[in-house]
Each structure stands twice: as structure tokens, then as C-alpha cells.
Design a protein around this ligand. Sequence first.
Ligand code: F6P
Length: 331
Amino acid sequence: MSNLKRIAVLTSGGDAPGMNACIRAILLTAAACNIEVIGFKHGFNGLLEQEYQTLHPQHVDNIIQRGGTILKSARCPALEQADGPARAAASLKELNIDALIVIGGDGSFRGTMAISKHYDGQLIGVPGTIDNDVDGTDHTIGFATAIDTALDAIDKIRDTADAFERIFLVELMGRHSGYISLAAGIAGGAEQIICPEFGPLSPDNLRAIIKPIQHAQLLKGKSSYLIVVAEHSYPGGATALAEALTKAIGIECRACILGHIQRGGSPVGADRILATKLGAYAVEQLLQGATLMMAGEVNGETCLYPLEKTGDGTKQIDPFLVRWQQQIGSY
Ligand code: F6P
């Protein structure tokens, strides 16, 4: 059993809807156990620069429904410098922090692991990224909201695509994974989904995409056709791919890049609940002595997963949906 007096929390990397709900759960759980919480600002930068604020319950009033993060987020190149992790650890010691909770993705957890080499307090991660590309949890905080945001855009694009009987390519985020694209593409009834997990796509092997388009046109004649493209799936992205397709099939294709819209907005209920559960669980597990672990949820059960394995890439996009999508791709 750990004797925690003072813990810290920070949000790092790409912000995700639900991060505020998680900060709230951490603060409320800690307050109920008489543990003081400080929040570092701007991710690990705030830890290195000792930019922080002591959090009280009133700071988390009315934030459960807000996107973004009240602590601000950032990437932190300074942590990657040779002396970065030791400086971060020194800062934690100087501020008498017994444990640090990092809400972020696997890159943020790599940074946390580097700090652990110089720090003997407890370190725990909570998965917060729209990309869902973190091992050890079925879903990350923000993923469910990002799907709905993408879906809303896809439905609107479908209306105009349908009216003009056009081929549209919609590019979605995901860093180097296709979780958002597969989920939003399936839910939006996309005719094709392209993501990095399906293997490299280049201007020289467009046949696999063109064939189903031509087949659909033979069957249905001119009609709307929607291709969801995960970012980083094609050199130059959806715009370059739309140009290449237009040239190859002689039909004008349009591209729409959704971009950072997917990171914003009020978290959906599923994200608020996941964030609350994992934030509270992280504090409870710290009290039990956990360290170098990520608080995740698998099959509806909270669980701990080694922080150093969260970026291994063992989690896979849903193989059933992949197979089904590829089967129906020509219809
Ligand atoms: O990791 C979240 C994410 O939004 C990715 O989907 C995307 O590739 C990246 O961050 C964008 O990073 P930035 O906001 O620095 O452009």
C-alpha cells in the first residue's frame, strides 16, 4: 500500500476529447483520499519548466463536457534530449511529487519510461489519443468521439457526392494506424477504406483500388462512391490519390481532408465514461503501489498493462470488419 501525499498529472501529445473528464476523475478520486494534485501545463514542458498549478475540485467543475485539455498539451522535444529525462526526474523530486500520471499516447509513455531511469516515485499512464493505437486497452480516450466527428463529416460529404454522383476521397487522421478510418468508414457506408494496415499503396499499384470502382460502375452506373483514406496511406495523401485516380479512370475525383476537426468537440458519453473510469482507476492503482503501468480497459474490465509495451503494435484493427469490407468492396 502506497503512502501518497502529492501526485501530479499532465496531458501530452495530441489532445483528445475526454482528457478533461480524466483530469476531473483523477482530481476527485485523489481529493477523496486526501491526496494533493498538481497539474503540469503544456505536457512534459511544464514538468521541465516547473509550470504547474495546484488543482482543487472547483478547477474541474463543468469540464467533463469540454474538449481539449485545461492543462494544455504539447509535444516536448526537450524531453528527448540526452539530459531531458534526468531533468524531468529532478523536477519531480524537487516538487516532492510521489507519483506522476501521464495522459497521452505511446510516445508520451516512451518519455515516461525514460524518466523512470532517474526517478524512484511512481509513474502511471492513461491512454488518451484519438488514434486508438495503444496496446493494452481496447479503446483510448477520444477515439469514440473522433469516430462520430468523422462520421458526421462523411454523412455530409455523402449528400453532396450523391447529388453529383461523384467519387469522393475523405482523409482521416490516425497517425500510422487505421482505427478511425476503419470505424468511421464502416459506419459511414464507405465503398472503400484504405489504411496503412492494408499494405503500401503507391502510384504504381492503384489497380486494387480502381478495379472495385469500375466494377461498381458497371453494376450501378454513375453513382456516388466514397473512399475513406487514413492519413499516411499514400504519398501526398488523399489529394494526390484523387489526382492519380482522376487520371487513371478519367472520372473527376474530389478529396476532402478532415484534419484537426477530429481532435475537437465535446466528448461523447462513451469517452466521458472511459475517461472517468481510467482516471479513477489510475489513482486507485497508484495507492496499491502500481508503477510503470498503463491503466487500460479490455473487454469491459479495467486492467494494468506494462507501460513499456504500449507501443509494441500487437493490437490489430478489427479483422472481421476488414475482411467484410474487402468482400463487399465491389458492390
Ligand atoms: O496523435 C493524434 C494526431 O491527431 C494524429 O492523428 C495526427 O497524425 C497527429 O496527431 C497530428 O499532429 P499535429 O497536431 O502535431 O499536427
